[in-house]
Design a protein around this ligand. Structure first.
Ligand SMILES: NC(=O)c1ccc[n+]([C@@H]2O[C@H](COP(=O)([O-])OP(=O)(O)OC[C@H]3O[C@@H](n4cnc5c(N)ncnc54)[C@H](O)[C@@H]3O)[C@@H](O)[C@H]2O)c1
Length: 262
């Protein structure tokens, strides 16, 4: 079986929703025990309830809070004795305040520092064992050069740079560090984006937000279709399995070919 994770122990951040839920359920399908962590305990519980054939933990964890991150990583290690896999998926597009100037601090704190906190919490354990797999969920937005893309795009470019640097540092410890860049996935994240566009343009007021999502993304995706949380989960399963043991410091684009556009 490709991406076999039998016996592996994983922790996924932001796993209560969307892509993180897809990752958690696919890793469990592939045989891993999964710590489902999220800012929302209720959403984490909902994802954990979908996992019936594997050991799972449901943990409230805020990636902006070192104590919370350290406690969640510690809980997984004390439950299972080891932690083989960290998937840094939690992320936001903008600040909840709706003030664009706040976006810089909020996206940096969650999307960048959140990834760093989780890696630093797990690394002493992984380095001691000489084994570990880290996957960071970045974005196609981290690559674009056509527009600035704002705080979100810059935060994802930072995740990609951090991924490469950490991979180089940890290669001799047998720890693989890779990134995945999704293109467009219909999740709460995109629902919120569609609502923001709708509120800014009165002509969109009566439109279905999922239609707005397809109208925005389908034409720019060479394969003409958005991606699913399971698409991202399957690529994650490959990257955290022994099938990819000699792949590190890379970014896999799961975007239907968006990265190929001029
Ligand atoms: N949906 C897309 O089209 C798309 C495209 C490219 C990249 N991404 C990236 O994929 C990742 C997941 O996005 P999604 O689309 O599933 O979004 P989502 O909003 O459905 O899920 C994000 C999850 O992160 C959690 N979260 C937010 N802040 C947190 C915090 N401080 N601590 C812990 N958890 C927190 C939320 O509670 C939520 O469950 C993000 O990093 C996002 O940037 C998404």
């Amino acid at each position: 079986m490709l991406g076999d994770l039998t016996g592996r122990k994983a922790l996924v951040t932001g796993a209560g929703s969307g892509i993180g839920r897809g990752i958690a359920t696919v890793l469990a399908d592939q045989g891993a025990s999964v710590a489902v962590t999220d800012l929302s305990q209720q959403w984490a519980d909902e994802t954990a309830a979908l996992i019936t054939d594997a050991s799972t933990l449901s943990i409230q964890m805020d990636v902006t809070d070192s104590a919370s991150v350290n406690a969640a990583v510690g809980q997984a290690i004390s439950q299972w004795g080891t932690l083989d896999i960290i998937v840094n998926n939690a992320g936001v597009a903008r600040a909840p305040s709706g003030q664009p100037e706040d976006d810089w601090d909020v996206t940096y704190e969650i999307n960048v520092r959140g990834v760093v906190r989780c890696c630093e919490a797990a690394l002493p354990h992984m380095q001691e064992r000489g084994y570990g797999k880290i996957v960071n969920i970045a974005s196609m937005a981290g690559h674009g050069g056509r527009r600035s893309g704002g705080a979100y795009a810059v935060s994802k470019a930072a995740v990609l740079r951090y991924t490469r640097g950490l991979a180089a540092e940890l290669a001799s410890s047998n720890i693989n560090v890779n990134a995945i860049c999704p293109g467009a996935v219909w999740t709460r994240f995109q629902q919120e984006g569609a609502r923001v566009r709708q509120q800014a343009d009165p002509s969109l007021a009566d439109r279905d937000i999922e239609d707005l999502f397809h109208e925005r993304y389908d034409p720019v995706i060479p394969m003409g279709r958005p991606q699913t949380p399971e698409d991202i989960g399957k690529t994650t399963a490959f990257l955290v399995s022994e099938d990819s043991r000699n792949i590190t410091g890379q970014c896999i684009h799961v975007d239907g070919g968006v990265i190929l556009r001029d």
